[in-house]
Design a binder for this molecule. Structure first.
Ligand code: BT5
Length: 333
């Protein structure tokens, strides 16, 4: 009912609509309309109520509410089923539980804040209330489990496209899962999977996007290595618009991956990459070496040219080595 009331008010684009008309169109009593209006106001909607003219929507709250996402998103599948939280431990945890219980492809989990946001290898992800996009997406692709890591690259391309076009910010992708601007981390992506030997049950793509965090709000340990869209632009950025654009870009790229494979997406990834051509330190669990990142292969693995030959890096951290001895290390892991 709430969504239908909001839709009616939105259709009037800021003009008044009488309580009587709303009640008639939705076939409910005027008292019911009044009660819903009161609830919407409590949620943060600025609704102007005039005794004779009726109701007028002035402003929606700065929240990623399902009603707002549904009204703005243009996708067919991704983001049509929405689970919304004001606070949660981790949207990836919730996504995995929902996926295991049968949540359909395209289901998204969004939270205003996370109190145990996760990075890779049990690292934490700082996710303050209403200042970022903390989002997880459930996918159920029919491709092989070996292709799953490329979903991280796909998500990085989708987010980069959206940030570049909507915010006009020249960000780049650091292999495999970071989006940086000026050496500082703007976005982190965490892809998790449940699979059998030859089939994927589900993939969860989690993304943390620092949208309106201010420098002073970052914890001390992140101040030198993290940034946000608002810090770069010097003004707040609409989380809702960005979220909807990311979902659209993701849906388009995912359709390409499913129908004709990843090669076009990997080419676009190469275009946005800030790792290729750089001197890198590869710090893995079993190995550590230096070289130059020359390309990614068709599986999305990083190819590193070292003195002892070419290495194929699948997992592990890559930090960008200083180019000169007096340049500060700008690796972030
Ligand atoms: C990542 O891990 O970059 C993946 C982060 C994914 C977060 C999303 S939010 C929605 C979904 N639900 C979750 O629980 N997670 C996903 P990694 O490459 O391991 O980087 C983690 C490191 O980034 C930390 O150790 C910090 O140094 C740094 N970091 C933590 N919070 C940050 C932030 N908000 N901005 C920039 N850097 C941050």
């Amino acid at each position: 009912m709430r969504s239908r009331i909001l839709n009616l008010l939105r259709q009037r684009s800021g003009e008044y609509l009488s309580g009587e008309e709303i009640a008639r169109q939705l076939d409910v009593s005027r008292t019911a309309v009044w009660k819903h209006m009161r609830e919407l106001k409590l949620e943060g909607y600025a609704i102007d109520a005039h005794s004779r003219r009726g109701y007028r929507l002035q402003q929606a709250p700065d929240l990623l509410l399902p009603d707002e996402i549904r009204a703005a998103v243009k996708t067919k599948r991704i983001g049509r089923k929405i689970h919304y939280f004001t606070e949660i431990d981790s949207t990836n945890n919730a996504a995995k539980k929902l996926a295991a219980a049968g949540a359909e492809e395209g289901t998204i989990i969004v939270s205003e804040a996370q109190n145990s946001g996760r990075g890779r290898l049990a690292r934490g992800w700082y996710s303050p209330e209403q200042q970022g996009i903390w989002l997880s997406i459930v996918l159920r692709p029919h491709f092989s489990p070996a292709d799953a890591p490329k979903c991280t690259l796909l998500a990085a391309v989708a987010i980069t496209r959206a940030i570049r076009s909507l915010c006009n910010i020249d960000c780049g992708i650091k292999w495999p899962n970071d989006i940086l601007y000026d050496g500082k981390k703007l976005v982190g992506i965490l892809t998790e999977m449940s699979a059998e030997m030859d089939a994927i049950n589900y993939i969860v793509i989690g993304m943390g996007i620092n949208v309106n965090i201010q420098e002073q709000d970052f914890p001390e340990e992140l101040k030198a290595i993290a940034t946000s869209l608002a810090m770069i632009k010097g003004q707040a950025v609409s989380r809702l618009e960005l979220l909807c654009d990311i979902l659209m870009q993701l849906e388009n790229l995912y359709a390409v991956a499913v129908s004709s494979g990843f090669s076009e997406i990997l080419n676009e990834w190469r275009k946005y990459s800030i790792t290729l051509g750089q001197a890198v330190n590869v710090i893995g669990i079993h190995q550590q070496f230096s070289g130059t990142a020359v390309d990614i292969d068709e599986d999305g693995a990083l190819l590193v040219e070292a003195t002892d030959g070419r290495h194929r890096v699948i997992a592990g951290d890559v930090s960008i080595r200083p180019k000169t001895t007096n340049t500060k290390e700008n690796g972030i892991d």
